[in-house]
Write a protein that binds this ligand. Sequence first.
Ligand SMILES: Nc1ncnc2c1ncn2[C@@H]1O[C@H](COP(=O)(O)OP(=O)(O)OP(=O)(O)O)[C@@H](O)[C@H]1O
Length: 239
Amino acid sequence: MAILEIKHVSKFFGGLAANSDVSFEVEEGAIMGLIGPNGAGKTTLFNCITGYYPPSKGEIFFKGRRMNGLEPDRVCRLGMVRTWQKVRPLAKLSVVDNVMVGALARTSSLRIARERAMAQLEVVHLAHRAEALAGGLPIGERKKLEVARALATEPQLLLLDEVMGGLNPAESEEIIQLILDIKGRGLTQMVIEHDMKAIMRISDRIVVLNSGEKLTEGSPQEVVTNPDVISAYLGESHA
Ligand SMILES: Nc1ncnc2c1ncn2[C@@H]1O[C@H](COP(=O)(O)OP(=O)(O)OP(=O)(O)O)[C@@H](O)[C@H]1O
């Protein structure tokens, strides 16, 4: 069953079509990779899905419910949450307090929010840093904190925007394992990632965007051998 349906979504910024007539579905429990050259419209699509931008055209359905026009906090309470490419934790708060901000989407009890935040820090292997100041964390731990904060909102669909960006191979491997763990817990995920090997390993299906349009969609193997995808990426490297 599709948990997310994107139907003919376009997003215009003045004369620029950042997304143009994009349609696809995400199956419940699956990992959908979203790839494309720089400026292809991946982040804009995440923003449309999670309520940060209203789509200019088209419709978005989550669990069969039309989401157009809903604010991000409402979208979050309905079960969809995103992480950000540029991780900006509340630097002067502790790690656990940052995650509590996510947990407070579901409870007004500080005690319960703290318990749930600690549980999510265990999931991302950051519990030992709970009392550290978030601003002092190195990038690898900041990325895990971002995932824990998102998980603490108890989503059914988690959207990860370049969560491996800026990480070394060992840190990326930890995130790959984390994404697979999260899948094992039954959560659906959409993942934007530039690391092609990583996206091939984790994705059940992949959607490719290019210049705002959906270029193709398929299994990782289908996508990576598609001549149009290869030329879109070669075009970028030759630009
Ligand atoms: N708020 C905005 N106002 C105007 N133009 C925007 C805005 N956000 C994005 N764009 C433009 O829309 C296009 C798609 O950008 P977007 O960030 O969605 O691409 P992307 O695929 O996520 O790129 P990257 O891989 O580099 O992060 C780009 O041309 C970008 O400059």
